[in-house]
Design a protein around this ligand. Structure first.
Ligand code: 6PG
Length: 469
């Protein structure tokens, strides 16, 4: 009987779920699918072409469960949050203890931790999937989390459907217990926000500072995509900047409202970084910038009161490219350091080089630089990426350009929050004698919090009582 059954099931035939189901079927795995709206399931099957033979459409949860060979594995592709809890509750009476639910949505990793610890009626994995619809259909990057033996059960399917890096390895890896997969996906998204923001910042300097039209900016990005910055996000930025508006005569980009949306994963990363005391200012700046962008009315009022800020400035395209290269390195260095801090805090054996490798293909932040990052982290995972010789050299080479871009932007009213946050962080990270002695003195003055002396002598409070009087 079971040879006629599906090897895996999938619930939720939205854009991502449908694409993932087709990918699984295409790789030769019979799959049973179910969607809350039966019409969606029927249409999906009817439009699956040759792959329909490997897809079993079902019209009730009972039928879905019956269609899968035990011990069953069922992927959930439903909106993150309460829909996942509802679906788990609905499946609970139907599944055996050895059956496995895989939450492949963009879950908050705290929810995944909670579900993992809740003693569910079945096995449970939390899996981060990146790459948008195209990735889900033809090869996403997959970040698994949960019990390793559960991951081992589905690894052959996940490795078959995942993107492949240039060396042929599958971008599907177990990250650690419980919410580790969703945590790594959240940091991926934080970096995604930061990469996008820094590209938007140099776009802004080119548009308003240099007065370049969108098409020329697109060509510039396309040129950069042939070099160190070769990446999916620079590639698509070139494409979007060069596209024409089908409803008008100008560029598409110029017709788009400058208020960015967000589903929240970047914010989760920023919030978690604060809990972990892990500095990720470039990502935080990117989240902040999205929030400010959405305050359109306030910005309009601000411009009326203070006048438009950005003015023409003198910056070379080479300097902008170098600034973006350095900003990107600084941002990833922060992201990987946050992952390391989380590993320590949550008791996860997070393998930084493996994470860099899994991001090399399929996901939104895929880029050539991740090959070098994987190599640098493999060399010494405990060392901050900015100190890896390859990246330290790149930073040194591009630092004057980053300074020039941030300074010119500040002088001429261009907001470059992510690039400047990266630069300030870097300047702190390369300064042995910082300014926190002032903070410590202030804390001791008003709260007797105490301080350490540079010379190690045994005096831990200042003479404030005498001078303050
Ligand atoms: C991915 C993306 C994806 C994310 C969208 C939208 O890796 O494929 O990160 O998971 O949901 O990019 O995210 P925002 O709405 O938060 O921008």
């Amino acid at each position: 009987m079971s040879e006629h059954k599906a090897q895996i099931g999938l619930i939720g035939l939205g854009t991502m779920g449908a694409a993932l189901a087709l990918n699984i079927a295409e790789k030769g795995f019979p799959i049973a699918v179910w969607n809350r709206t039966t019409e969606v399931t029927r249409r999906f099957h009817a439009e699956a072409g040759a792959l329909a033979a490997r897809i079993m459409p079902t019209e009730s949860l009972e039928a879905l469960v019956a269609a899968i060979a035990p011990p069953r594995a069922i992927i959930l592709m439903v909106p993150a949050g309460s829909a996942v809890d509802d679906q788990i509750a609905a499946l609970s009476p139907l599944l055996d203890p050895q059956d496995l639910i895989i939450d492949a949505g963009n879950a908050n990793f705290h929810d995944t931790n909670r579900r993992d610890a809740a003693g569910l009626a079945m096995r449970f994995l939390g899996m981060g999937v990146s790459g948008g619809e195209e990735g889900a259909r033809h090869g996403p990057a997959i970040m698994g989390g949960g019990a390793p033996e559960d991951w081992a059960r589905i690894a052959p399917i996940m490795e078959a459907i995942a993107a492949r890096a240039e060396d042929g390895s599958a971008c599907a890896t177990w990250m650690g217990e419980a919410g580790a997969g969703h945590f790594v996906k959240a940091v991926h998204n934080g970096i995604e926000y930061a990469d996008m923001q820094m590209i938007a910042e140099v776009y802004g300097v080119m548009r308003d500072g240099l007065g370049l039209p969108a098409a020329a900016i697109g060509e510039t990005f396309a040129g950069w995509n042939e070099g160190v910055l070769r990446s999916y996000l620079v590639e698509i930025s070139a494409a979007v900047a060069q596209a024409a508006d089908p409803l008008g005569s100008g560029p598409m980009l110029d017709a788009i409202l400058d208020a960015a949306g967000q589903k929240g994963t970047g914010r989760w990363t920023a919030v978690e970084a604060q809990h972990l005391a892990a500095p990720i200012p470039v990502i935080e700046a990117a989240v902040m910038a999205r929030n400010v962008s959405a305050r359109l009315e306030e910005r309009r009022v601000g411009e009326t009161r203070f006048g438009a800020a950005p003015q023409r400035c003198e910056v070379s395209l080479d300097a902008l490219e170098q600034a973006l290269i350095v900003g990107k390195i600084l941002c990833y260095a922060q992201g990987f350091a946050m992952i390391e801090a989380a590993g320590r805090a949550f008791g996860w054996q997070l393998d930084l080089p493996a994470i860099a490798r899994v991001w090399r293909a399929g996901c939104i932040i895929r880029s050539d630089m991740l090959n070098d990052m994987a190599a640098a982290l493999a060399d010494d995972a405990g060392r901050n990426l900015i100190l890896a010789p390859f990246f330290a050299d790149k930073i040194e080479a591009g630092l004057p350009a980053l300074r020039q871009v941030v300074a010119q932007a500040a002088l001429h009213g261009h907001a470059v929050p992510a690039l400047s946050a990266g630069l300030s962080w870097f300047d702190m990270m390369r300064t042995a004698r910082g300014t926190a002695n002032m903070i410590q003195a202030q804390r001791d003055f008003f709260g007797a919090h105490g301080f350490e002396r540079l010379d190690g002598q045994d005096l831990h409070h200042g003479p404030w009582g005498q001078s303050a009087g």
